[in-house]
Design a protein around this ligand. Structure first.
Ligand code: BGC
Length: 389
């Protein structure tokens, strides 16, 4: 009996860890399991009173401020909605994501809004949901290789990359042979490809004509005369320059790159950083290299810490993706679906298997000059959250 109890405890602990109940580095103690579980969940009220949930929302991780912005918007918007909902985080794990989807299915969801940890791996989870009559909305990241995605709500990710590339072109030092360091997102995220494609569309002519010289990717260098890259070609480049969307990977890669190059690849440099978290890490590395005289570095997400970096001149730009719009568009879609109506869409995205009907939102470039107008006047942030504005 004792052995059986011990075994049950181990199994319960494993399930809890898979579900991401324990903050990193902490082991949940037996009696606290329920509390830990609830910390991972934001239940927006059980209006049916029977524990069922109509709309399930799964977000990738609490470890990046970007997704906490989305969570906050969902929480605000869902308060006034006439349906029950629950938000779960996958904490960077496709296995936890699958468990989260199963949990929500068992609570009877009719609509699943999911931002995939890994766009290909998430196919199994959404196929499971679809087979149980759930309508699936991919949120921000497209789920690929499956026909189980019904709708997609997204920002214009090509425009994000193009805006980053354009900023580098417009703010490059004069002359030619300017070192360009390229970094990208995770290979498992379809967006990483779209961002890179957008950036490449603007940067490639400048690389091909020698204005910029790629400092850290032999694959990109080999393809520099190609204006449009195939997915395979992009995979090769991103494979070399990926940050995996991880600050630490970004930092180590930037350090390794600066150690590997000669003095001719330092001085005044340009850096394509894919998002704010990685941009701050990379910027810190470039700032501390005594042979780098100046750097221009991109970002995206308008995370608070990066907005402060932009104000302080440590990060050159960010791209504001208004999560209020993305969250409210997906909630509007869910509402239409629950009423038996067809949600509004304005474009389609190819996920390798089908053209997914999509609703797309525009982006805003933020630099020192327009921080106030873009982020404070629009009431996304409060001026008191920053210094030196
Ligand atoms: C999102 C970005 C985010 C990145 C890392 C991408 O799919 O579009 O906003 O910075 O993932 O989480």
């Amino acid at each position: 009996m004792k052995k059986l109890l011990a075994l049950l405890c181990v199994v319960a602990l494993l399930v809890c860890m898979l579900a991401g109940c324990a903050p990193k580095g902490e082991t949940p103690s037996g009696g606290d399991n329920k509390k830990q579980n609830e910390e991972n969940v934001n239940n927006d009220g059980d209006k049916t009173g029977d524990g069922s949930v109509q709309v399930g929302i799964v977000l990738p991780t609490k470890d990046e401020p970007r997704w906490l912005q989305d969570q906050a918007q969902f929480e605000t918007i869902l308060k006034g909605e006439g349906f029950t909902s629950q938000v779960l985080f996958s904490q960077g794990s496709s296995a936890t994501e699958k468990t989260n989807v199963e949990t929500l299915i068992s609570k009877g969801i009719k609509v699943l809004i999911i931002c995939a940890q890994d766009g290909a791996a998430a196919a199994a989870a959404v196929e499971d949901a679809k087979s149980k009559g759930v309508t699936v909305i991919a949120y921000d990241r497209l789920i690929t290789g499956t026909d189980a995605v019904d709708y997609y709500v997204t920002f214009d990710s090509f425009a994000v990359g193009a805006a980053q590339g354009q900023y580098l072109v417009e703010n490059a030092p004069s002359g030619s042979g300017i070192p360009l360091y390229l970094y990208a997102g995770a290979l498992s995220d379809n967006n990483a490809f779209i961002f890179f494609e957008g950036a490449w569309s603007v940067l490639q002519p400048k690389i091909a004509d020698g204005t910029f010289v790629i400092a850290n990717s032999s694959e990109a260098e080999a393809l520099k005369t190609k204006a449009a890259l195939t997915r395979d070609e992009m995979s090769k480049i991103i494979g070399q320059i990926t940050t995996e969307w991880d600050f630490n990977v970004a930092k180590s890669k930037a350090e390794a790159n600066l150690t590997a190059v000669g003095a001719d690849m330092k001085g005044d440099v340009l850096v394509l950083a894919p998002n704010d978290g990685t941009a701050r890490s990379i910027a810190d590395v470039f700032a501390s290299d005594k042979d780098v005289s100046s750097y221009v570095v991109t970002g995206q997400d308008a995370e608070k810490a990066s907005v402060q970096y932009v104000i302080d001149g440590k990060q050159s730009m960010t791209v504001f993706k208004d999560t209020r719009t993305l969250a409210s568009d997906s909630v509007a879609m869910a509402t239409a679906i629950l009423k038996g109506e067809t949600p509004q869409t304005d474009t389609t995205y190819d996920n390798g298997v089908k053209e997914v009907a999509a609703k797309q939102t525009n982006i805003v470039v933020v630099k020192q000059a327009n921080v106030k107008e873009a982020l404070i006047d629009s009431e996304y942030y409060n001026a008191s959250e920053f210094t030196g504005l």
